[in-house]
Design a protein around this ligand. Structure first.
Ligand SMILES: [Zn+2]
Ligand SMILES: [Zn+2]
Length: 350
């Protein structure tokens, strides 16, 4: 065992505070990692505050982890001490069900093991995430950071990036397709960059005129202000795909109307019931598809990291010290972040 230093939530209504705990010794197929950077995801905040009712305290959040290998188990073949690596939202899965065998561990029939907040499959110890100085992870769930990638801004690729890339790939977005991206937060701004890099013509849908310039800066070809009925009417039956990153309930019917026949509306942000209700005729009369998608598999995440390095795609990040994490959470709740906080873990030593 080795001591890990971290920031943890100790109760739903308390700020995160320093916390020391034990990380396991690497097993034969484990990689031990010194954490350099960790992105701050909305899920971290929800989990720390027990918004989903499943939190066991104390909990160390963080699942956008970039670090350096410090030790490897005797059976590890893919990584060596000194390698720069990443860990995303998953640290294990059953590895034998058919989604696992397909490389889609996020849909594991026996439930994947999240990076924080669930019992380890072997020893039952609750997993703890990346707001810490070290982590030990099975090599199958460790990603290789490609040569030349900017490490700090790459951290959010491991959640925000893969969440948008996986459905774009799965549904076959290709050069010339018209893709709408709804919402311009951490997920949305990555969706714009990735869809554009895949060759699509990208339109951002935003409620806020203030975001028009930013959307263009991220590479959007067009921007539609979704509260403007005239602008929405002008884009009826236009898009092949709609990537919907909005995490709160919203009326998707106007966006369904903006899809071509056979178009696909993909939900990646919403976990609540759709409200107002979906008007089925919007689907039926145009053979449109309403779909959902969750993060992405390990192989696909590696493909994305390599893709981002090749196309120089970066998440826009604001670097913070770990001591600023509670302020960062407060700002995230007000959507006051462009577009992801990333913790410089060197600050943990202060
Ligand atoms: Zn996340
Ligand atoms: Zn499985």
């Amino acid at each position: 065992m080795s001591q890990a230093h971290s920031y943890a939530a100790h109760a739903a209504d308390q700020p995160l505070a320093p916390y020391t705990f034990e990380r396991r010794e690497p097993r034969a197929d484990d990689v031990a990692i010194e954490i350099l950077y960790c992105g701050v995801c909305h899920s971290d905040l929800h989990y720390a505050q027990n918004d989903w009712g499943a939190t066991e305290y104390p909990i160390v959040p963080g699942h956008e982890i970039v670090g350096r290998v410090t030790a490897v188990g005797s059976d590890v073949s893919q990584f060596r001490v000194g390698d720069v690596v990443g860990v995303g939202c998953m640290v294990d899965s059953c590895r034998h069900c058919h989604p696992c065998e397909d490389g889609h561990e996020q849909y594991c029939l026996n439930g994947f093991t999240p990076t924080y907040g669930a019992p380890d499959r072997q020893d039952g110890v609750f997993t703890q995430g990346g707001y810490s100085d070290k982590i030990v992870v099975n090599e199958h769930f460790v990603l290789r950071m490609p040569e030349g990638i900017d490490l700090a801004s790459a951290a959010p690729i491991l959640c925000a990036g893969i969440t948008t890339y996986s459905p774009l790939k799965h549904y076959g977005v290709k050069a010339g397709d018209k893709v709408g991206v709804i919402g311009m937060g951490g997920l949305g701004h990555m969706g714009v960059k990735l869809a554009k890099a895949l060759g699509a013509e990208v339109t951002v849908f935003t409620r806020s005129e203030a975001k028009i310039e930013e959307a263009r800066r991220h590479g959007a070809h067009h921007v539609v202000v979704s509260t403007d009925e005239e602008q929405m009417a002008a884009v009826a039956e236009t898009y092949d795909f709609m990537l919907d990153t909005v995490p709160v309930q919203h009326d998707i019917n106007p966006y369904l109307g903006a899809l071509k026949y056979d178009g696909t509306h993909i939900l990646v942000g919403l976990l609540e019931p759709i409200e107002p209700a979906v008007q089925a005729f919007n689907l039926v009369f145009k053979r449109r598809v309403l779909a959902g998608s969750l993060i992405g598999g390990i192989e696909e995440t590696q493909e994305l990291l390599d893709f981002c390095a090749e196309h120089d795609i970066r998440c826009d990040v604001e670097m913070i010290d770990i001591q600023d994490i509670n302020t960062a959470f407060e700002r995230m709740q007000k959507s006051d972040v462009r577009y992801r906080f990333v913790i410089d873990m060197a600050s943990l030593k202060d």
